[in-house]
Design a protein around this ligand. Sequence first.
Ligand SMILES: *Cc1c(COP(=O)(O)O)cnc(C)c1O
Length: 814
Amino acid sequence: MSILIKDIIATLGATYLGTHPEEAVDNVSIDSRSLQNSSNSLFFALVGPNNDAHTYIEDLIKAGVENFVVNYIPEGCQDSANFLVVPNTLDALQQFAAYYRNQFHFPIIGLTGSNGKTIVKEWLNFLLSPDFNIIRSPKSYNSQVGVPLSVIAINKKHNLGIFEAGISTVNEMAKVEKVIRPTIGIFTNIGSSHDEGFKSLEEKISEKLLLFKDSEVIIYQKNELIDHNIQASAKKMSWSFDQEDADVYVYKKEINTDSASLQYSYQGKQFSLKIPFQDSASIENAISCLLTLLYFKYDHETIQSRMLLLYPVEMRLKVKNGINNCSIIDDSYSSDFQSLKIALDFLESQKQFPKKTVILSDIFQSGLSNEELYARVARLVVFNNINRIIGIGETISDFKELFANCITYKTTADFIADFENLDFSNETILIKGARSFQFEEIVQLLEEKTHETVLEINLNAISYNLNYFKSKLKPKVKIMVMVKAFGYGNGGLEIANLLEHHKVDYLGVAFADEGISLKNGGIKTPIMVLNPENTSFPAIIQHQLEPEIYCLKGLYAFLKIAKQKKLQHFPIHIKLDTGMHRLGFNEDTIEELVATLQGEETVKVQSILSHLATSDDLVHREFAFLQIALFEKMSARIMTALAINPIRHILNTSGISNYPDAQFNMVRLGIGLYGVSNDPAEQKYLENVGTLKSVISQIRTIGAGESVGYGRRFMAQKATRVATIPIGYADGISRGWGNGVGYVTIKDKKASILGSVCMDMLMVDVSEIECTEGDSVIIFGESPTVIHIAKMLGTIPYEVLTSISQRVKRVFYR
Ligand SMILES: *Cc1c(COP(=O)(O)O)cnc(C)c1O
């Protein structure tokens, strides 16, 4: 680009304040941090809700930028640069882009629709690139700002443009239309996204159609609303699955194991087309591409051979965790100069590590000579402070000398063979390559391998829930947290550590060995053992655990050992049976209990406790009050007789919620800490702690009449896409959750379980979900919740949580 300032002034109708209107600019910038800013840049000072670029102008002038389009001239900047003053800098950017676009006279494809724009754009780029030098919007640059920037990147070597336009409300499309002025319009899927900005679907459609105001053809899926809103003069090219009068009538769709076959008629002839996808969104997107190729008059063989090579378009610039504490930016499906600039700016914004490596393939479609292209790339690399370049490809290898600290390989295979000799650690790695280089293999090597099935524990949520229950306690009331059963399945030591950090007063475990492993892990908080066997008393004493004593026999056994070991005031906890009838001294043993403890110096009654049988069910309120009253009476008797003042406690989680007057000196919090309440109203206040996750191992499509799993308990009524997930009843997923009862969540959608849950695996229906092997699966967490699963299985959340087997790795995060 080279445009004279005076032409820009005329185009924008700007007020000019400066001295050099005869000068030209060769690039446009809106980002003060962009490393491409230079003396020949034209900087548009945009004003956003949180950011006013006018505030950077002074610094930009110091950095050498000379030309600005502004709403006003910032104080102190007068006379130090060329200023083009306009009423609205965003409008000016669009006007400039429209003016620039009009200098070119090649076909331009404009894409709009609610879904599929980026995919169709990338696929068309791939399908048409053997014959055209294409400029396309980078990433999903489809906004009011993104569209003009995309268009401004056109240069003289291009001969086809593909631009997408997304709008969120009325009146936006007319502006974008002037900038793109597409000659070919493609309307991709019209879903419901962004509906908030429109009064009706009709308004949304008619607004979107404004993009194609002057297009020579509009390609779309036949739909009455669209037909009705297209102006009569436009040439239409439509397709349909069910309307024979569409230009392309797809009358048959067959889903195979890894592809789909379409039969369609076009201009009186019938064709069959195979595409390497099965999901309905991809099929629709591929059909949009088919119509475009037909419009360009490609023959059927070329269309088929190119379509077979279509690839999944990942969202570009994905950040992933890498090996050796690296961070990976995956941009492994494209390599052109424009997108390299964007990727490098993105790399700059990811500031985790000062060290930066770029793995870069040969670059195609630049419209520049190789000398000029790689010289520019080298400058970019220096500007962006890249520490290391790994170049892969014949051409980039030839220009190795242009880069400092650069190694090159002729092929991706050569790089992979040398991988062991390269050091990657504590750095950000941008992986950017043209599709033909198959850099996804490099991504795989560098990506951190995570275990397939994990229970992720959100430690912040635990802290949050703890504080929620603490806030319900009266001043001075202590808190014991139950971490029995491996922290209700969530992991023992990690959670105990967190609770110790939060200074809880006591931890409670069910058996001595649970307490011992916490003590061995360094826990100092006192630990009460609910159900100590007499044989474990020596170990309890050795590890300074505190036993709950619930019967005379146990008391005598403990005292015997205590005397042998000459203990002094060893803390014990006296459990009273007030109605639960599980463990505890009942009323008629109190006398003997008191007599035995009278004057006993080896032990000390640290606390007296009981347990409510019905704290979660207000139907049994009266019974709970009876238990509380009995506890009060029995414990008072012991305290008076022994003249002691121990801690008293009777409330568990739902007791804390329902019987606030029975807190005594301590409460015992259990399931609430893990984010589960028996009360739906209270549930709203708790945060989900555990998310059980897995991945898809394999996907296949079966036909009607075929079955899934043991006993053929799922029979497909129609073609069904089946995903296998490596988690089964041996991991704690109940068989009752299979056979259509339960579901898992994939990409925020429900996938119901097909047939029986196996020992180590289960199968789910993903016919309506766009997913691939390796995609993440949620077994429980936010959805479905443990509470929902428990309800459907006729059990309680406690059982679901504690059933998750120890072989499932626990991963803790904040
Ligand atoms: C498990 C347990 C608790 C905690 O019960 P939640 O309902 O999980 O809060 C309290 N006291 C005793 C004796 C327990 O066994």
